[in-house]
Design a binder for this molecule. Structure first.
Ligand SMILES: NC(=O)c1ccc[n+]([C@@H]2O[C@H](COP(=O)([O-])OP(=O)(O)OC[C@H]3O[C@@H](n4cnc5c(N)ncnc54)[C@H](O)[C@@H]3O)[C@@H](O)[C@H]2O)c1
Length: 339
């Protein structure tokens, strides 16, 4: 059976659409000829600002709704061929509100998949995370799709977040097996780019570094700076989402990461240079109480499986992606989002 859902002429619903990834993906689907893109969101974290650049497009529709209310989803998904499941609490908000986070990340995903089944939506693409590998001292080297979940020494909110994504992935497989719903799971690593928000720990580190450099303060490096982080540019991810719908692949879960990882020190030096220069970084041993995601040293999130299954490879390296983020931010005043 062909699991490909062509973009042109089809209708897509992005659940949690007023988001960093949703706004970029909506533009990508519209550019590729989608008949209609519906952004379904309760605006818990998302904002009108994130989608302002799309509002004049006649093929874009905004629907206010909550993934905790199945009837909202049943209505929004009527006549849709594809659904992108983004609505979620990430680690920082899971730390503040585990009750809300567990609801949205588990029951919300189940509701969305059920609404897909009832409406005979052809394919659901689920936003999972590299958090399914966990963090901590056992995480290093090459993280491939079969790498297990590491929880030792990891902040509880990060474990809870990763576990909810594992459950979301399993719900996708369950709906595929029991109901024939085609699904592709993409395990995003930390997303950065235009319309960056303040909700993801590692991306927040980029923004905070940029802000410190701009204020003439020394940027902060936690530890000795040798620990790696692996990011992915939001435009590359929008393309991955589109390709996941259009590919014949189904019942797969693959990583979506940027071209290569970066050490914390390299990242701080790169942001400093792109911001026009600044003082030398200050090395500190520990953060001030915020959830910090550590690893056992250098790691890389492999994306070769995504190339094999959906034909996707990342294209934008960190220097170019950060240039775009910094240029976008120059025209957008910092405004921490609610939640
Ligand atoms: N941003 C990252 O670094 C990153 C990394 C890995 C995985 N992911 C995953 O990718 C997805 C999108 O990430 P993002 O950064 O674009 O997220 P985001 O925080 O910008 O967007 C999430 C959206 O979901 C909406 N939402 C929350 N609760 C809802 C509810 N009850 N009903 C309806 N809508 C609701 C929010 O208002 C928001 O617009 C998430 O599932 C996230 O877990 C993100």
């Amino acid at each position: 059976m062909n699991a490909a859902v062509p973009i042109a002429g089809n209708r897509f619903v992005i659940i949690g659409g007023a988001s960093l990834v949703g706004s970029a993906t909506a533009g990508e689907l519209l550019d590729h000829g989608a008949a209609e893109v519906v952004l379904f969101d309760n605006f818990a974290f998302g904002s009108e600002d994130a989608i302002a650049h799309l509002r004049d497009n006649p093929r874009l529709r905004l629907v206010r709704g909550d993934v905790m209310r199945l009837p909202d989803l049943l209505r929004a998904l009527e006549g849709a061929q594809g659904a992108l499941l983004l609505a979620a609490h990430m680690t920082l908000s899971m730390d503040r509100d585990p009750w809300g986070g567990l609801d949205v990340n588990i029951r919300g995903v189940q509701n969305a998949l059920e609404a897909c089944r009832v409406n005979r939506v052809r394919k659901a693409v689920f936003a999972s995370s590299n958090a399914v590998y966990g963090y901590g001292p056992n995480v290093s080297g090459e993280l491939v799709e079969g790498t297990p979940f590491h929880t030792v020494g990891v902040p509880p909110a990060a474990v809870i977040y990763g576990a909810t994504k594992i459950i979301g992935e399993a719900l996708c497989r369950d709906y595929h097996r029991k109901h024939g719903l085609d699904t592709v799971v993409l395990r995003y690593c930390t997303v950065y780019g235009e319309r960056q928000h303040y909700r993801a720990t590692n991306a927040l580190f980029i923004i905070e570094t940029l802000d410190r450099v701009r204020r003439g303060e020394r940027p902060i490096v936690l530890g000795d700076g040798s620990e790696t982080k692996h990011f992915v540019y939001v435009g590359d991810l929008a393309r991955a989402n589109r390709m996941a719908f259009a590919a014949d692949a189904t019942d797969v879960a693959v990583n979506a990461s940027g071209p290569r990882p970066i050490t914390t020190l390299e990242l701080v030096r790169l942001v400093t240079r792109l911001a026009g220069g600044g003082p030398e970084p200050e090395f500190i041993a520990e953060d001030r109480g915020r959830v910090r995601l550590t690893s056992g040293g250098a790691f890389r999130i492999a994306h070769e499986e995504a190339a094999r299954t959906i034909g996707w490879r990342p294209e934008v390296d960190m220097e170019e992606g950060l240039r775009r983020l910094i240029a976008w931010r120059a025209g957008n005043e910092p405004r921490p989002a609610a939640g």
